[in-house]
Design a protein around this ligand. Sequence first.
Ligand code: NAD
Ligand code: TDX
Length: 343
Amino acid sequence: MKHIIVTGGAGFIGSNFVHYVVNNHPDVFVTVLDKLTYAGNKANLDGLPTDRFELVVADICDAEVVDKLAAKADAIVHYAAESHNDNSLTDPSPFVFTNLIGTYTLLEAARKYGLRFHHISTDEVYGDLPLREDLPGHGDGPGEKFTPETPYNPSSPYSSTKAGSDLLVKAWEKSFDLYTTISNCSNNYGPYQHIEKFIPRQITNVLAGIQPKLYGAGLNVRDWIHTNDHSSAVWTILTKGAKGETYLIGADGEEDNKTVVELILELMGKDKADYLHVNDRSGHHDLRYAIDASKLRDDLGWTPEFTDFRTGLADTIKWYTENENWWKAEKDAVEANYAKSGQ
Ligand code: NAD
Ligand code: TDX
C-alpha cells in the first residue's frame, strides 16, 4: 500500500491516524479527504511534511471528487462521519447524508478501482449493556461485553447511521467481493478532540472557570481508549486484517462518567465535588459500553500501549491547558448550544 485516502483526516481520530502513518511509514503517501465541517480543523494536520500528504477539502458524498482521488489510490481508510450523539438528537439530517450516502459513495469508488477498504465504526452499533453489578459474571462473563457476534441494536440517529454504514460495507464485500474490514472502537480520548465531547468539554469548562456538567446521575459507563492506541489498531487491521472481518478495538478502560468528572477535577487541583448535575441525554442514554478485543489481540497480535487512564487524562489536560488557541474561540458557542437543552 503506497497511497491511501484517509477520509475525515482533519478530525480528532482521523488526524491522529494521519500523523501515525506519516511518522511510522515513510513509504506511504496520504491523501486526506475532509469537508472541514465544524469538527474538522486544518491545524490538526500542522507539521506534516507536504511531500508526504495532501489535504483535499471536499464532501465524501461528492462522487466526482471521490472518483478522481480513488483512481490514484490503493486503499481508503474511512473515518469521516458526523460523530456526536447529542447533535444527532437535535438534527439527524447531516448524519444520514454523511454516514450513509457518504459511505455508499466511497464504496462505489472502491469497487470501481478495486481498492482495499477499511471502515472505522463504533461500539455504539451494538446498543448498550447492563451495568456490571447487575450481571452474574460482574461484566466479564460470556456475553457481558460486546464481541463481533453481538447483534446490532443502535439507539440514536448517530449510532443507527453508523450501523447502516457498517451493513453497506458488509454487503459490498459479499456482493462485489471488495476487500473490506470493519473496526468498531470504544470511546476515544486524547488531544485534539472537539470540545463538544465529554472529556474535553469538562477540561475546558474548568479552564474557563465554568463548572463541569454531568448528565443525570453520571452512572453511565464508557470504555475509554487513548486515540494513539486506536491508530495503531487501525494500521494493524489495514495491513493484517482478513477480508470481510470485523475487529473490535478496546483497551479495558471502563469508567463511569461521575468518576471521570471527579478525576478531572482532582487532576486539575479542584474540589472533586465542584460540578453540576444537568439534564440527562434525551431519548435512550446508553448505559454501558464494554469491548472484548480478544480477536484483535489474538489473531493480529495488537496490544494497547496507553493503558493508564490517569496518566493519559493528565497528559490530555496538559495539552488543553497549553493549547488554548486551539479551542478558546469555539467555547462560548458550544456552551450556548448546550444551554438550550439545559445541559
Ligand atoms: P470528528 O467529528 O472529530 O471528525 C470527523 C471528521 O470528518 C471532521 O474532520 C469532519 O470535517 C469530517 N467530515 C464530516 N462530514 C464529512 C463529509 N461529508 N465529507 C468529508 N469529511 C467530513 O470525529 P472523530 O471523533 O474523530 O470520529 C472519527 C470516526 O471514528 C467516526 O467515523 C466515528 O464514528 C468513529 N468513532 C469515534 C469514536 C470517538 O470516541 N470519538 C469512537 C469510535 C468510533
Ligand atoms: O457534557 C457532557 N456531560 C456528560 O455527562 C457530555 C458532552 C457528555 N456526558 C456523558 C454522555 C455519555 O454518557 O458522557 C458520556 C460520553 O459522552 P460523549 O463524549 O458525547 O460520547 P458518547 O455519546 O459516548 O459517544 C462517543 O463514543 C462513541 C463518541 O462521541 C462517538 O463518536 C463514538 O462512536
